[in-house]
Design a protein around this ligand. Structure first.
Ligand code: TRP
Length: 326
């Protein structure tokens, strides 16, 4: 089980860091992937863009290979049982531990005029998402580790008080280090918020992709054979490893080691390989986005699957809590 923030616009980092994992997991596990639209209300009370963002994030995830027939792909707000489980879990969550959460402190600092209770109990809602399906594996990045630790605490507290209902959820990846996708300006990872020109979005047109790649920082090249690579050059090689063929990478490695590398040519090659990688995803996502009837079907099918699992869990939960009066 995992939640996807409906902030729109996936980029290459979200693809290699998250979506590719989901696509692998769908072949092996019984998966629930949810658009976290309720969570977004804690920071984005203005919902004018919400619908478009939800449609986009669904379209892009499907275009990347997530199969709505294989997994339950649904919207959080469509599963009302989530709100009920969230309420029970709120009675097991302490103000002190919620206030200590890093993401809460960060967001409170960013929106001092709207430190709402939903923001404080964000990890409780996330726990409800997970426990609703009694999920064991949660594919998330490092930034979600603390939330998952809290989810384990809440699950254990529930189990101790009311009986063993929930497995302990743990973060999941395929054992390989989470792939870090460097940004094109050599400063950190590709991410949604920072320098737009340094991030390749899966919605970028071919010309924009070329333009962004050609702008990547380089220098006049190594002067000594087999020199170590500066970070920004290493990054270009890292990006190439994601989308280019083995032989192409070997050629540029050899050129680098022999001091004959031409970065202009390397970037042209990378740009074309990026276009080849991104454009089919972009086109597929656009086609889905232009088909609201299909999106509705996807959401209905997903909600149906998620509700089935949610209802079964909530029967057990109400019984365990003692809300069975006849
Ligand atoms: N908090 C997660 C994020 O910011 C999104 C999320 C919501 C989530 N519910 C979840 C992740 C349940 C894993 C499981 O990315």
């Amino acid at each position: 089980m995992s939640g996807i923030r409906p902030t729109g616009f996936l980029h290459l980092g979200s693809y290699f860091g998250a979506v590719r994992n989901y696509v692998r997991m769908q072949e092996e596990f019984d998966c629930y992937f949810m658009v976290a639209d309720l969570h977004s209300l804690t920071t984005h009370p203005d919902t004018k863009e919400l619908k478009a963002n939800v449609h986009r994030v669904l379209s892009e995830n499907i275009a990347c290979g997530l199969n709505p027939e294989k997994v339950a792909l649904y919207c959080q707000s469509h599963i009302h049982e989530t709100a009920e489980l969230y309420l029970y879990l709120n009675m097991l969550a302490y103000k002190g531990e919620l206030e200590k959460t890093t993401t809460f402190k960060d967001k409170a600092r960013l929106q001092p005029d709207n430190i709402n209770a939903g923001l404080l109990t964000y990890p409780v809602l996330q726990t409800a998402d997970i426990l609703l399906h009694r999920a064991s594996y949660v594919p998330v990045g490092k930034d979600q580790e603390q939330h998952l630790e809290m989810a384990r605490n809440f699950a254990n507290r529930f189990n101790h008080r009311y009986g063993e209902i929930f497995p302990e959820p743990v973060a999941y990846n395929y054992g390989d280090d989470l792939v870090k996708v460097p940004s094109l300006d050599g400063a950190g990872k590709m991410s949604k918020s920072e320098n737009q020109l340094a991030t390749l979005y899966l919605s970028d047109g071919d010309e924009l992709i070329r333009k962004k790649v050609m702008k990547a920082k380089t220098d006049s090249g190594p002067t000594e054979p087999n020199s170590p690579k500066p970070d920004y050059i290493e990054n270009i090689f890292l990006l190439m490893k994601l989308v280019s063929e083995e032989a192409v990478i070997r050629k540029f490695e050899a050129d680098y080691d022999g001091c004959t590398i031409r970065y202009g040519d390397m970037k042209k090659q990378l740009a074309e390989d990026m276009v080849r990688f991104i454009s089919p995803i972009r086109e597929k996502a656009e086609a889905i986005l232009n088909n609201p009837g299909y999106l509705k079907e996807v959401m209905e099918l997903g909600a149906e699957k998620a509700r089935k699992s949610a209802r079964a869990t909530m029967e057990l939960v109400r019984e365990a809590v003692g809300l069975n009066y006849f």
